[in-house]
Design a protein around this ligand. Structure first.
Ligand SMILES: [Zn+2]
Length: 141
């Protein structure tokens, strides 16, 4: 109970959760009606149900993408995330963790930047100009 906060410094690319999923439309029954129909003419089941699948490399359970960390930028309902490596993290209350370098270890910051850029360069999740060092603050009450 109470107020908990976790702050993470992440080297990576800011993007949206939607980029980590592909969306396709499925029929709600086995008759496979034409995609333009709202309902199946044979059984009346709803047609054109949007379905979301994680893109290759993204694991929504471990919240990792090709070995990188996936973090929400804040605790709002925003779709905004950062995909990269956590270099430092600290928290309070139930979120308390050892402060200090996490991914860094013996690596230099430039090594970490190269490691992240190798994974995301030319990747579907990246948009030009959104690479950097981000502070993600997650609050819970
Ligand atoms: Zn049907």
């Amino acid at each position: 109970m109470g107020y908990d906060v976790t702050a993470s410094v992440v080297v990576g690319v800011r993007t949206t959760m939607g980029k980590l999923y592909t969306t396709f439309v499925t029929s709600g029954c086995r008759h496979n009606p034409r995609p333009s129909l709202k309902f199946c003419p044979e059984c009346g089941e709803k047609n054109g149900i949007p379905t979301h699948d994680p893109i290759p490399g993204f694991n929504p359970y471990s919240e990792t993408y090709k070995g990188l960390d996936v973090l929400r930028t804040d605790s709002s309902e925003s779709d905004s995330i950062v995909v990269g490596l956590v270099v430092s993290e600290c928290g309070s209350g139930d979120n308390r963790s050892d402060s200090g370098p996490k991914a860094i270890g013996q690596k230099t910051l430039s090594t970490i930047i190269d490691q992240v850029k190798t994974v995301i360069s030319g990747d579907v999740i990246s948009e030009k100009g959104d690479f950097g060092i981000w502070l993600c603050v997650y609050e819970s009450f």
